[in-house]
Design a protein around this ligand. Structure first.
Ligand code: NAP
Length: 293
């Protein structure tokens, strides 16, 4: 049981973590801070946090567990704002969708207490943002990727695993580099394609009319295009090398399909569709317990 959670960023992810911690009886008090005082106030009114802090530093004051749930571009400035109150016994975690940039920021700022920081990425979320959508069950049954580095303290790492496990999450460990490479392929690229697809359709002369004719397949494929623009801007920029590499690979496979269509090579086209169809039909969201390199 923790005495106090210092929550920085009282939005969807942070608010859900606070609610989940309370529901599981893992924390006595939650002190929260968000950039806009109105967000922090709303979080308190909703019972997501117990006390509003006027600064990130004051949210951390007296906390034995701290969660950063801010856009990844705000990570470094937040570390700078709170570093004086991060001690060797604090459990400091984040939920950012990219991990190399977050870990680099931690290395630059946290110095002697770098080991207290356990980088985390819950593979949970919604295409809506804000504390209004916070959900105590958001993390239950979902995967959380933890990307420890050589300086991460063993005690904090184990505490982080225990906390997420107590919230019903399945924890997997991998390096920040492996994380960013994998999620460029299975998360960042699909979002990029979804945004481009919508803009590509609406940018053409009869685009709006075409959209009005679309059905469930289009709805399913483009659900993620409604995601938060600031969050995705940050992710794309933070993980640009891996994302651009995945985008190049995607364009190659798209061109391959285009060539087969252009030459009416039905057999080869069917073989490629069959390969994709079978892979997708056999794919399931996994909840691995094992560690990845
Ligand atoms: P959100 O609902 O928009 O919440 C973000 C919160 O951070 C807002 O309350 C915002 O305050 C606050 N904030 C922004 N800049 C800040 C700063 N400099 N200092 C303090 N607070 C600040 O977004 P979210 O979906 O929870 O995303 C938070 C993090 O989770 C991001 O790093 C994202 O990559 C990661 N993540 C999101 C998902 C998802 O599906 N949404 C999934 C996995 C990971 P204001 O309200 O005042 O702007």
């Amino acid at each position: 049981m923790f005495e106090q959670l210092g929550l920085i960023g009282c939005g969807l992810m942070g608010g859900s973590f606070a609610l989940a911690m309370k529901k599981a009886g893992l924390v006595k008090r939650v002190v929260g801070y968000s950039k806009s005082p109105s967000t922090t106030e709303r979080a308190r009114q909703m019972g997501v946090i117990d006390v509003e802090a006027p600064s990130a530093l004051l949210a951390v004051s007296g906390a034995d567990i701290v969660l950063l749930a801010v856009p990844v571009s705000a990570t470094e400035s937040t570390f700078k704002a709170i570093r004086h109150l991060i001690g060797p016994n604090t459990l400091l975690m984040d939920v950012g969708s990219t991990k190399r940039d977050v870990v680099d920021a931690a290395r630059r700022v946290l110095r002697d207490n770098l080991g207290a920081f356990v980088p985390c990425h819950p593979i949970a979320g919604k295409e809506v943002s804000g504390v209004e959508y916070a959900d105590a069950d958001l993390y239950a049954g979902k995967q959380v990727i933890i990307t420890p580095i050589e300086r991460t303290f063993t005690v904090q790492l184990q505490k982080a695993v225990d906390v997420w496990t107590a919230l019903g999450s399945h924890v997997a460990k991998m390096s920040p580099q492996s994380h960013d490479a994998a999620y460029a392929a299975v998360s960042h690229l699909p979002h990029l394609i979804a945004f481009a697809l919508i803009n590509g359709i609406t940018g053409q002369e009869h685009g709006k009319e075409y959209l009005s004719l679309a059905g469930p397949g289009f709805r399913d494929f483009t659900r993620i295009a409604a995601s938060d623009p600031t969050m995705w801007r940050d992710i794309f920029v933070a993980n640009r090398e891996e994302l651009l590499a995945q985008s190049q690979l995607f364009q190659q496979t798209l061109r391959e399909l285009e060539q087969l269509i252009s030459s009416s090579n039905g057999d080869a086209l069917e073989a490629l569709i069959d390969k994709a169809s079978e892979t997708r039909a056999n794919w399931r969201i996994s909840s691995p317990q094992k560690s990845h390199k």
